[in-house]
Unconditional design. Structure first.
Length: 377
């Protein structure tokens, strides 16, 4: 792995007293790679709510939801998610990863087929592998390929189309309206992982379905992106949620999240729903930075989402680019295979609503300087 430039190491990040800055291994930097799109992970209102419940309930949850780990706050959050996503019910998992593997492996079984987008997240891929269903990969957001695979899948007992709402490494959006049309045409269920869309797309951040005004069968998501806390969820019909509560192994056998996190998450959803200006401001910053990068001559993926991948190509050059950015006070790690295809290593630049003008100028200047220095642009 080292010889191929694919060896990975951890970096220690700690907060700085300077707005918009963090310390990365002791060096002050602007973090330009966080999933904290709305900046709520550091919001004092969430911290205050978490501390209030922590003083009453303690630190841990003490068990799984079906034994000793369930509290009124878990149930309140599930009700709040269902309201937010405009669904009948919801179920909280201990992470978005556990939600994906639990939901997919519980719903799809022997005799079924899962049609999965080529660039779906690893947790979706693992959920497909854990199920006993046949998995058929369709080319990334290619509706003609999906149509063809659906046509040749009619002999299976059931068909499930599963897709990311926003793709985490490319920043593009699944064409959900076209997917739902094909699903209706070929009698398939639609499962959407809305991890990177919740809080970003749709009215009041309700996600991809709301963005396209499309209702899907199953919506999965996480609290660890725009919502700024921790955990995962699934939303849908009451019968779906009741079924998963009894069948999803990654829910049944996983220790519950602490109630303090549940209350902080409720507060975060309240803030997102009542503060549409956060989304508006974030979209303004996304357009501004994306247009600047395109003017420089970078190969930029993504649009309308905070994920702006700058494709470099070679993994070693991407690593060099990331290191030079860090020397200029910008932390944005290189993303290499297997997270992305060969020869498509990139800097996964992400935008946060809390950036100030000084941050944006520093990020853009650093990318331009390093791009010229390494002859990427």
């Amino acid at each position: 792995m080292k010889n191929q430039g694919l060896y990975r190491q951890l970096r220690a990040i700690s907060p700085s007293q300077t707005s918009g800055k963090s310390y990365v291994d002791g060096m002050k930097s602007i973090v330009a790679s966080s999933n904290n799109y709305l900046g709520l992970a550091e919001d004092q209102r969430l911290t205050d709510e978490a501390v209030k419940i922590m003083k009453e309930y303690g630190i841990g949850s003490t068990g799984s939801r079906l034994t000793t780990g369930n509290t009124i706050w878990h149930e309140k959050l599930e009700q709040r998610i269902a309201e937010f996503k405009k669904e009948e019910a919801a179920l909280v998992f201990s992470s978005g990863y556990l939600a994906n593997i639990g939901v997919i492996s519980s719903l799809a079984g022997e005799g079924d087929v899962i049609l999965s987008d080529q660039l779906n997240h690893a947790s979706i891929i693992d959920g497909c592998r854990l199920s006993k269903a046949k998995t058929s990969i369709y080319r990334h957001i290619n509706m003609e390929d999906l149509r063809e695979k659906l046509m040749h899948s009619q002999h299976y007992r059931r068909r499930f189309i599963v897709t990311d709402g926003v793709f985490s490494m490319d920043g593009d959006i699944a064409p959900l309206r076209e997917i739902k049309t094909l699903a209706d045409m070929y009698n398939a269920y639609v499962i959407v992982d809305d991890a990177h869309a919740t809080g970003v797309l749709g009215e009041n951040g309700r996600g991809t379905g709301d963005h396209f005004d499309v209702a899907v069968d199953v919506t999965i998501g996480t609290f660890s992106k725009s919502i700024g806390t921790e955990g995962g969820f699934v939303a849908g019909s009451r019968s779906l949620i009741d079924y998963l509560r009894n069948r999803a192994r990654s829910y049944i056998f996983q220790t519950a999240l602490p109630p303090s996190i549940m209350e902080a998450t409720i507060k975060a959803i309240d803030i997102i729903e009542s503060s549409p200006q956060l989304q508006v401001h974030l979209q303004h910053l996304i357009r501004s930075i994306r247009n600047e990068f395109l003017d420089y001559g970078f190969d930029v993926r993504g649009e309308q989402t905070p994920i702006l991948p700058v494709v470099i190509g070679d993994s070693e050059q991407a690593m060099a680019f990331s290191k030079e950015l860090e020397k200029n006070g910008v932390f944005a790690p290189a993303i290499r295979p297997p997270s992305v295809p060969q020869r498509e290593s990139r800097i996964r630049m992400t935008v946060m609503a809390t950036y100030i003008e000084e941050d944006i100028q520093q990020i853009c200047k650093a990318f331009y300087k390093v791009g010229k220095q390494l002859e990427v642009i």
